[in-house]
Write a protein that binds this ligand. Structure first.
Ligand code: HEC
Ligand code: HEC
Length: 446
């Protein structure tokens, strides 16, 4: 088992001590294509991918338009019925369109995925996956452990890498190969636009044409208006253009308070060097959410989704202290979701917050019972990995203790989380520049 001073404990210590601030904003390294402002470090590693190999230097606006067309094109799937947008619903922050824990896909539209669909918003600053994250922006050199990458386990490095997975996954869009995808693109209404953007010969070389597909999808996913508008009420408050209500402000304070929610330890909420918060530190943690019996994969009692250490991710299987760790998601737009956590086990945001309060004080409310009738705490993580589970506040309690959050605290946090939904100004026309800005000073609260 784990000694109390193993390296994961050091990461945990670290997180508690410093309450890690928001994303390091990395300036665009890639300028040749004129891609939008802020880019992730992933791109540095991907320089080769971006080296221009097309006849024509594609322009960002044209690629965004093409990427949007591809993203919504159901003909790109083997079933002819499934687009990226089918699972990543633009009306729900590009997250799941419904309350199913996992979506159906595949050539017959009936295969089930194994995980909840994440939102595609606010991914622009996610660093490449690393086992050793140093938050250089914070002027320190302490190894904070694994961070970054795409998907719940970080196994994909960039949005263009990521697009390959659903296009070819037999559980999702189920194409046989790139020729199958390209045949559809060539027949699509936007094929001419494709030639115009990448050059007349773009379809002559399959690898090149497929790269164009991936780049267009990726560029679309970086369009600020659609993917990181920072247009929530909370952002308006940070800009001093709106005021938060009493319960929203209390919720924010409770969210940040290390003795209560302590949520900002992993979901940082404050401005940092002028950058707006992402509500994720890009790190990994074992929160030990309950097993979801509604996921078909879980019908097999010996199947466990262990996140970083597998089985979907295969390169870190030997790292037993990574078992059960999943990437901390952003909480921006979280109120638009109807499934929460990697396995979609909870369906109400209120329950997701309550889980943090009661996981350790009332485990019987959250976990299943074993054959003997006793509650199996952490029922989705085999015993030998339970030492990886996070045990700092709000998880620093025991059965029967009073929870870190009262019912009022939970309601307040909920009110606060509801301020993180984009489109506030469109919904509320009453925003004024000067009046009614709250006294609490934005930016200094964690
Ligand atoms: C059948 C449903 C489905 C379809 C269709 C689908 N996705 Fe996804 N997507 C998912 C799921 C589920 C995950 C999480 C996978 C995991 O963690 O293993 C995901 C993850 C992602 C991620 C990583 C997000 C993150 O938080 O790191 C990106 C980017 C993405 N998808 C883009 C796309 C694109 C582009 C398409 C179309 C080419 C697409 N997806 C089609 C279900 C889908
Ligand atoms: C130790 C780091 C950590 C702390 C502290 C933490 N979270 Fe999380 N949060 C995570 C991780 C990791 C996940 C994903 C876990 C999973 O799916 O298995 C997550 C997921 C969530 C989700 C689900 C989001 C989604 O897209 O499905 C919500 C809601 C949430 N956290 C809210 C909170 C609140 C509220 C608090 C404080 C009471 C909090 N978190 C404290 C790490 C943390």
């Amino acid at each position: 088992m784990h000694s109390p001073h193993n390296h994961r404990d050091m990461y945990r210590e670290r997180r508690r001590a410093v309450r890690r601030p928001g994303a390091a904003v990395i300036a665009a390294a890639l300028t040749w294509v004129g891609l939008v402002g802020v880019q992730s470090a992933a791109f540095a590693d991907n320089a080769q991918f971006y080296a221009n190999s097309f006849d024509k230097k594609p322009n960002a606006a044209a690629m965004t338009a093409l990427g949007r067309a591809l993203f919504f094109d159901v003909s790109l799937s083997a079933s002819g019925k499934m687009a990226c947008a089918t699972c990543h619903d633009p009306r729900r922050a590009f997250g799941p369109p419904n309350d199913l824990p996992v979506q159906r896909g595949g050539s017959d539209g009936r295969s089930n995925g194994a995980r909840a669909v994440p939102s595609l918003m606010y991914m622009q600053n996610i660093p490449s996956f690393t086992e050793h994250y140093f938050d250089n922006d914070g002027n320190d050199s302490i190894d904070q452990g694994p961070a970054g990458g795409r998907t719940w386990d970080g196994r994909s490095q960039s949005a263009h890498d990521q697009a390959r997975l659903p296009l070819f996954s037999p559980l999702e869009m189920a194409n046989d190969g790139i020729d199958a995808v390209l045949a559809k693109v060539r027949r699509a209404g936007y094929a001419a636009q494709f030639r115009e953007t990448f050059g007349d010969t773009v379809f002559d070389d399959m690898d090149l044409a497929f790269k164009a597909v991936l780049m267009a999808l990726e560029t679309f996913q970086q369009s600020p208006q659609e993917f990181y508008p920072y247009s929530s009420k909370y952002d308006a408050w940070l800009r001093r253009e709106a005021s938060l209500s009493g319960d929203e402000l209390r919720g924010l304070a409770t969210f940040n308070d290390p003795a209560k929610g302590n949520c900002a330890r992993c979901h940082p909420s404050g401005m940092r060097k002028g950058a707006f918060p992402q509500f994720t530190d890009f790190g990994y943690a074992a929160v030990a959410v309950p097993r979801n019996a509604d996921i078909p994969a879980n019908a097999n009692h010996s199947y466990y989704d262990l996140g970083l250490c597998g089985p979907l991710r295969t390169d870190l299987v030997a790292k037993k202290d990574y078992c059960g760790l999943f990437r901390t998601p952003s909480l921006r737009n979280v109120a638009t979701r109807r499934v929460f956590f990697h396995n979609g086990v909870l369906h109400r945001l209120e329950d997701a917050v309550r889980f943090y309060a009661e996981r350790d004080t009332q485990p019987q409310k959250w976990y299943s019972r074993g054959a003997s009738g006793a509650t199996v705490k952490f029922d989705d993580l085999p015993l030998q990995y339970q030492g990886n589970v996070d045990t700092q506040a709000p998880f620093d309690r025991h059965t029967g203790d009073s929870p870190a959050l009262t019912e009022t605290d939970i309601k307040d946090i909920l009110a606060f989380l509801n301020t993180l939904t984009d489109g506030y100004k469109q919904r509320h026309q009453q925003v004024t520049k000067t009046a009614a800005v709250s006294d609490a000073q934005p930016g200094i609260l964690n």
